[in-house]
Design a protein around this ligand. Structure first.
Ligand code: HEC
Length: 115
């Protein structure tokens, strides 16, 4: 009986920690999407280019769901004014879901975990 209880608790812990592996998967998918898109023309992971370094972007924003949505929207619609005069081109072909994976990848670059 006791062993069963322990097994049950261990399983429950494994189940509830699923958030993390799931985040790791989304971040990895986001990284692949960045690699296969035009982002590298203007963004370097750690150095400023035409656009801000993606790591600097990560340091500016907390890794929250609200910021994931906000950055996903900015990637799709493009825009300027947050980092300077230079504008980011819109990416209308990106699906919201994929843009959010990209935003997760960018926000993870300073080592932050989702809040
Ligand atoms: C033509 C150059 C260019 C390309 C291509 C580009 N960006 Fe940008 N990006 C910029 C510039 C310039 C800014 C700063 C905009 C601003 O100041 O509001 C920026 C800002 C950002 C930001 C921060 C937005 C904010 O509001 O703080 C993220 C995230 C981002 N880009 C991701 C991407 C991703 C992902 C891609 C590829 C799908 C991409 N960018 C492609 C130029 C580019």
């Amino acid at each position: 009986m006791r062993t069963q209880l322990i097994i049950f608790i261990v399983c429950l812990m494994a189940y509830t920690s699923c958030g993390k592996p799931d985040n790791a998967r989304l971040v990895e998918e986001g990284r692949v999407l960045v690699e296969s898109n035009d982002c590298k023309t203007c963004h370097h992971p750690t150095n400023k280019n035409i656009g801000p370094a993606h790591k600097t972007v990560a340091e500016k924003y907390e890794y929250t769901d609200a910021n994931v949505k906000m950055l996903a929207e900015k990637i799709i619609k493009g825009g300027s004014g947050t980092w300077g005069e230079m504008a980011m081109n819109p990416h209308p072909d990106l699906k919201q879901e994929d843009a959010e994976k990209i935003a997760r990848y960018v926000l993870s670059l300073d080592g932050e975990q989702p809040k």
